[in-house]
Structures are given as structure tokens and as C-alpha cells.
Ligand binder design. Structure first.
Ligand code: AMP
Length: 517
């Protein structure tokens, strides 16, 4: 092993790891010059055959952190293919990982195959018969193919569990355990997770042998992200969203909603209003999801309206805004959602819409992330012009800290972790604030509070679960695994039709301007 320290961005970059020349060539062609911190802290250890526990949020470069050393290791020796198995929670993530393996394996003669549900299994069966070196799979479909005798994993030497916390959320843990039981017991295990809930910690303890642990800003979002809360009435969320989409710094946004049904409807509404919006939710067919993702990546759409699970792990450069149209169910979900912006050391904005019902959820997020997020209250959307909730006294009498009034533009004021500031943004409060009072009712048209038993779109509260999504298998099998969330979100989803608006976007009806850099 070479002596240079890649942590310091040594001159040799990836060459310092002693990677195979054919792999290095592909790395250079991909434009990777210096290793990211997760890569600098992981690649060498994986090459040495150690187990790894990687605590890294999405967008940090963790795919290459395991793909490169795995390919390096696989070029030696001759085992029974597949020799490496990567388990990922969603099809989108599996596809992304597969692409990265293919990029780096270009000159090695090694092959990778993706296995996920929601599509015809015959091409996957054919692919498995050709015995690729690497299989990247969602647990559900893989288990089906194992049971049917098509996927034989008795040659697996290296196992990767990517986004382990998502797999837990999606109820995949039992499936994963069944898969693990069929793998050779002597193997190298790599586990990556953005967050480390207790269940994952104990699972990691049972799986990993003396792991090399890499912890990158555990449970904390990237510091390149500015955070802001927008108190808003439910019925004005879409108008507020359109306001944010018309801001000068808007490039593209992922908008998160609680349910598949709501995501589909909002994408349709935005499209009708002339925005280039597309839905990404689990009820869509695999080809519609892929079309939506590709369209968003290529700039055909600049707004991706998504549910948590469908959007997990997706990697799109240039997402300037993550907008939580609905507050996430858990602080971890917040971390994951906003991991879609500020990726690869770019900056981004995380905007969260907050209704009366959401204050305790927001408080949980602030407590978990150890920060107080700036409130921006805009008159047109249920607030008073130019004032922020942080300028008011909370119910507990605590004076909220943060930026002062910015003279009514309402554009300013957000919180960046770590106290870093960018021009025009508010200040991080140094302590956790009491939740701000509900927004002032400006118009008298609506009832001041939503009825607790029904959502604003009129559907019964129980009808809107977090939505059971996953790798395309029946929701039935996943139902028990979902973590019960706030506000009834642990319940099964009854909403959502068969298709999203993936095919329907791309048209433009003279709405807001395009700005795609
Ligand atoms: P990941 O966290 O693996 O999804 O990676 C996030 C993004 O960073 C992907 O688009 C990668 O292609 C990119 N990336 C990862 N490592 C590097 C690197 N060392 N240099 C340049 N880009 C990278």
C-alpha cells in the first residue's frame, strides 16, 4: 500500500490507493480527481478486506467508496459469480449504483446486473444465468428469484447494504435476514447508512466483524444547505410553492409530499399551471418512474414531485431546492430528503412548509438536528408580510433568535448547519426554540384550523399512510415494516392511482420561465 494520505487530497488522488490501472483509467475518465472524504476513509480498508460501517448521508460519494475497492478486489482470484452483492432499498438507487459499477468496470471485463421488482423478471433471470461478478438488488425481488432457484448466491464474497436505515424503514429487514442466511458465512460486509437508529446499530453489530467505522456528519445534513421553515395555511401551499419556484436562485426542485396520491395530484396541478413538473411515486410503473427520473436529470422537467421512498438515494446534480410540501414524518426523513440538495459539495436550499399541525414534528426535527431553523412568514401565504416567526414570542415565552426583519421581501432567512452563512440568509439560532405560534389568519374565508379527522384534501386521515412503496413487490409484504409515523402516517396507503404524470409532463403552457443551467 502506498504511503500518501488521501485524506489530504494528495496529489496522486485515486492513484494513492493502489487501485488497478484499468479501474483508475475509468475513474479518471469519469472526471473524479480527488477522493471525497468518505472515499479517502474507506477505499483502502475495503481493499484490505475489512468490514466497514459507513455513516454517510447521500451525495457524499459513498457509491464509489465501495464500488472501486470491490472491483479492485474482484479482479483478483476466481470465485463463483456473483462474488459481490449490493442490496439497496429502491430501484432508482439500485440503477444508480449499477451505473457507477459499470462506469468503473469499463476496462476490467467485469459485469454488473440490477435486480428489482415492478418489471418482467425474465431479463433478470437471463442476466443471472450469465453469472455477472456483481449483482445490485432490491431485497424483495432478489428473494423471489432466490426462492425460485434463479439467484444463487453461494459464491458471494462481499456484501454491501446501502442505505440500511431506509431498508429498515421499508420493512426490508426480515427479507435481508433471509438473504443473508443463504450467503457464505465467511465474507466481507460493508454497511452504509445516513442515520443510525437503534435497530440498525444492533443489526450492524451482529453483521460486522471488527468494522472500520467511518462517520461523516452523522445525522446531520450537509453544511452547504440553507434551511428555512415557511408557516403556511394548507390551502395556500401550492401558491407558496409557485412563489419559491419563481425565485431568482431556483434551478430545479424536488418537492416532497406525504402520500403517493398527493404527489400525483400536485404534479398534475403544477403541470396544468405551466410548470415543468413530474411525479415520482411508487404507484407508477417502473418505466414511468425511469422516464420521470431521466426527464428530471436531463432538465426536461425542473420540478420532481416525490414521495419519500420513491426519491430515496436518487442522485441528481443541480437540485437547488428541496421543498417539504408536507413535513417529513421523522427527523431522519428530513435528513434524507434534504440530502437531495447540496450534493457533491454544491449549495442548496431546504424549504419546509409548516401548518398548524406540524409544529411538534418540526420541534422534533430541530431537537434531533440540534439546530433551530429560521421561520419565514409571508403575508400572501398565511403570514404577515416581512415578519418571521422567529421574531415573535413563542408559546413558551422564549424569544426566538435569528435574523432580523428583512424589510418585507420575505426571501431571506434560513438556517445553515454549522453556522455558515451565505449572503442574504438569516442566522442560526444557537439553541432550540419553542415552537412558534400558529400563523395569523389573514383571510377570513377558511376555517382557522383543519379538522383533525380529515386532511385538507378531504380524504379521511387514515387513508393517507406514508404509502407502501419499495422495489415493486406487493405492498402487503412491506406493510408490517413501516415505522409508524406521526399523524397516522404509519397506516397503509389507500390513496394513489395506477399511474403518475410521468408521461404527461414536458409540455409548457406559457407558465413560469425556464431556468436550467
Ligand atoms: P453518491 O453519494 O455516491 O451518490 O455520489 C454523489 C455524486 O458525487 C455522484 O454524482 C458521483 O458521481 C459524484 N462523485 C462521487 N465521488 C466523486 C469524486 N471523487 N469526484 C467527483 N465526483 C464524485
Amino acid at each position: 500500500m502506498t504511503a500518501a494520505n488521501p485524506r489530504k487530497g494528495s496529489k496522486g488522488g485515486f492513484a494513492t490507493f493502489g487501485l488497478d490501472a484499468n479501474i483508475l483509467k475509468a475513474v479518471q475518465e469519469a472526471g473524479y480527481e480527488e477522493p471525497r472524504p468518505i472515499q479517502a476513509k474507506t477505499i483502502r480498508q475495503v481493499i484490505e478486506g475489512r468490514d466497514v460501517l459507513g455513516l454517510a448521508q447521500t451525495g457524499t460519494g459513498k457509491t464509489a467508496a465501495f464500488a472501486l475497492p470491490i472491483l479492485h478486489r474482484l479482479r483478483e482470484g476466481r470465485g463463483k459469480n456473483p462474488r459481490a452483492l449490493v442490496l439497496a432499498p429502491t430501484r432508482e438507487l439500485a440503477i444508480q449504483i449499477h451505473k457507477e459499477f459499470e462506469t468503473f468496470a469499463k476496462y476490467t471485463g467485469m459485469r454488473a446486473l440490477t435486480v428489482f421488482g415492478g418489471v418482467n423478471q425474465n431479463p433478470q433471470i437471463k442476466g443471472l444465468r450469465s453469472r455477472p461478478e456483481v449483482v445490485v438488488a432490491c431485497p424483495g425481488r432478489l428473494l423471489d428469484l432466490m426462492r425460485e432457484g434463479y439467484a444463487k448466491l453461494d459464491g458471494v464474497e462481499i456484501l454491501v447494504l446501502d442505505e440500511a436505515d431506509h431498508m429498515l424503514d421499508m420493512g426490508f429487514l426480515p427479507d435481508i435476514k433471509r438473504i443473508l442466511a443463504k450467503l457464505p458465512p465467511r465474507r466481507q460486509n460493508l454497511l452504509f447508512s445516513a442515520t443510525m437508529p437503534r435497530e440498525i446499530r444492533s443489526f450492524a453489530d451482529s453483521l460486522l466483524h471488527k468494522p472500520h467505522t467511518v462517520e461523516l456528519a452523522h445525522s446531520a445534513p450537509a453544511e452547504t444547505i440553507d434551511h428555512a421553515l415557511y408557516p403556511v395555511e394548507e390551502r395556500k401551499k401550492t401558491a407558496l410553492l409557485r412563489h419559491l419556484l419563481s425565485e431568482k436562485d431556483f434551478v430545479s426542485a424536488i418537492v416532497f409530499l406525504r402520500t403517493k396520491h398527493r404527489a400525483r395530484r400536485l404534479a398534475r396541478d403544477l403541470d396544468a399551471m405551466g410548470h415543468r413538473a413530474v411525479a415520482l411515486q411508487g404507484n407508477m410503473s417502473q418505466s414511468a418512474r425511469q422516464k420521470a427520473m431521466e426527464g428530471f436529470r436531463k432538465g426536461q422537467f425542473d420540478v420532481l414531485v416525490a414521495t419519500d421512498i420513491a426519491a430515496r438515494g436518487i442522485d441528481v446534480a443541480q437540485v437547488s431546492h428541496v421543498i417539504n410540501y408536507d413535513v417529513p414524518n421523522t427527523p431522519d426523513a428530513y435528513t434524507h430528503r434534504i440530502g437531495r440538495t447540496g450534493r457533491a459539495e454544491r449549495s442548496g436550499k431546504a424549504c419546509t412548509f409548516v401548518t398548524h399541525e406540524d409544529f411538534s414534528a418540526v420541534k422534533d426535527i430541530e431537537r434531533k438536528l440540534k439546530m433551530s431553523i429560521q421561520r419565514i412568514k409571508l403575508r400572501d401565504f398565511g403570514g404577515e408580510e416581512g415578519t418571521k416567526l422567529s421574531d415573535r414570542r413563542g408559546p413558551a415565552g422564549g424569544r426566538a433568535r435569528g435574523g432580523g426583519d428583512r424589510g418585507g421581501t420575505g426571501r431571506a432567512g434560513s438556517t445553515r448547519l454549522g453556522g455558515a452563512r451565505r449572503g442574504g440568509f438569516g442566522r442560526v439560532g444557537g439553541r432550540l426554540e419553542a415552537p412558534a405560534p400558529p400563523p395569523v389568519q389573514v383571510s377570513g374565508e377558511d376555517p382557522p384550523r383543519l379538522k383533525r379527522s380529515r386532511r385538507s384534501d378531504g380524504a379521511p386521515r387514515e387513508a393517507f399512510g406514508a404509502g407502501i412503496e419499495g422495489d415493486g413487490r406487493s405492498g402487503e409484504r412491506r406493510a408490517g415494516g413501516g415505522r409508524p409515523g406521526r399523524g397516522g402516517s404509519g397506516s397503509r396507503s389507500a390513496g394513489g392511482g395506477a399511474s403518475g404524470s410521468a408521461g404527461g409532463g414536458g409540455r409548457r403552457r406559457g407558465g413560469p420561465r425556464r431556468r436550467r443551467r
